[in-house]
Design a protein around this ligand. Structure first.
Ligand code: NAP
Ligand code: ZN
Ligand code: ZN
Length: 347
């Protein structure tokens, strides 16, 4: 075991404090990563504020991790010291179930092991990326292509894959009309990726001030959802809507924007159950679904795709003592579009 510096919450509703946590000794298949950058995902905030249930304290969030390999275990095959790597939302899974074998470890039938606040195979509680180092089995480590700077690559490990996976699954591409609801950390990556896949992209947002950004990111239209007339004018328009808003949207209204066989896919975690009538779905054979992150193979595919298309996140780099303030600003949607912690500031 070795001690490393981290920023943690030690109690519910507390503030982040500099602390020391332990990382396990390198197992034969482990990679020890010196973390350079960690993105702040809204899920970190939901978790830290116990909006998703009880938390194990101390809690070190962070599942958008980018850094370099510092040491490797004796049987590691895929990485060498000095490699540029990332870690996303999972650090392990059962590896045996039908979903793991299909490369969809996020849907492991036994539940994947989350990067933080999860019980690891040795019974310890996992701790995330707001720390100087992490030790992860090589099978859950991603390679960050040379074309991507580590700071703008970090948010791809959650925001990037969470959008890439449904966009691929529901076949965003040329001649497809795609709408992204909510222009935040996930949403802005969704616009960039869907545009790079060749789809025509619309942004549906409450924030009128983001129009110029939306066009720059690759959207061809921009719609203010506060005005009911705007939503009415979009009825039957889209093949795919990916909703990143967590506050809960009026699902039937958004379903009515879909054309024949269109799908509304939620990635924003709604606190309320969805309510939808039969005819809203049956009229146009529409579907309502939800999607969680992406598998390891697909995450690597996403990183390669983003490098090829020059897609990193739009970030604001902060120091570790600014995490509390950054959380408040994310909740107020006062960030364009992802905070990233400079891990050098932890020491
Ligand atoms: P974020 O950066 O805060 O973006 C969310 C966006 O939603 C905001 O920028 C805002 O966009 C819109 N919004 C926020 N509050 C709203 C409200 N009260 N009413 C309507 N719109 C509102 O968050 P994020 O990191 O992108 O994460 C978004 C959600 O996805 C969170 O629930 C997070 O936990 C979840 N998530 C899910 C997965 C998954 O695997 N499914 C993975 C990562 C995150 P506009 O100003 O443009 O409207
Ligand atoms: Zn996340
Ligand atoms: Zn499994």
């Amino acid at each position: 075991m070795s001690n490393v510096t981290a920023y943690a919450l030690t109690k519910s509703k507390g503030r982040f404090e500099k602390t020391s946590i332990t990382r396990r000794e390198l197992g034969p298949k482990d990679v020890r990563i010196a973390i350079a950058f960690a993105g702040i995902c809204h899920s970190d905030i939901h978790t830290a504020r116990e909006e998703w249930g009880k938390v194990h304290y101390p809690l070190v969030p962070g599942h958008e991790i980018a850094g370099t390999v510092e040491a490797i275990g004796a049987e590691v095959e895929r990485y060498e010291v000095g490699d540029r790597v990332g870690v996303g939302c999972m650090v392990n899974s059962c590896r045996e179930c039908v979903n793991c074998l299909a490369g969809e470890e996020q849907y492991c039938l036994k539940g994947n092991i989350g990067t933080y606040n999860s019980t690891d195979v040795d019974g310890s509680i996992t701790q995330g990326g707001y720390s100087t180092h992490v030790v992860v089995d090589e099978d859950f480590v991603l390679s960050i292509p040379d074309g991507l700077a580590l700071d703008v690559a970090a948010p791809l490990l959650c925001a990037g894959i969470t959008m890439y996976s449904p966009l691929r699954h529901w076949k965003a591409g040329p001649s497809k009309q795609v709408a992204i609801v909510g222009l935040g950390g996930l949403g802005h990556m969704g616009v960039k990726i869907a545009h790079a896949m060749g789809a025509e992209v619309a942004i549906l947002t409450r924030s009128a001030g983001k129009e110029a950004d939306g066009k720059r990111l690759g959207a061809s239209s921009f719609h203010a959802t506060g005005d009911p007339e705007v939503l009415k004018s979009l009825r039957g328009r889209f093949d795919l809507i990916v909703n990143t808003v967590s506050a809960g949207i009026a699902v039937p209204k958004y379903l009515s924007l879909l054309r024949l066989d269109g799908a509304l896919v939620n990635v924003g975690v709604s606190p309320e159950p969805y309510q939808v009538g039969f005819s809203t779905l049956a009229q146009m054979r529409r579907s309502l679904s939800a999607s969680g992150i992406g598998g390891i193979r697909e995450t690597q595919e996403m990183l390669n795709f983003c490098a090829e298309h020059g897609l990193g996140a739009d970030i604001e780099l902060i120091t570790a003592d600014q995490i509390d303030e950054a959380y408040d600003r994310v909740v107020a949607s006062d960030i364009r579009y992802r905070f990233v912690i400079d891990i050098a500031s932890l020491n």
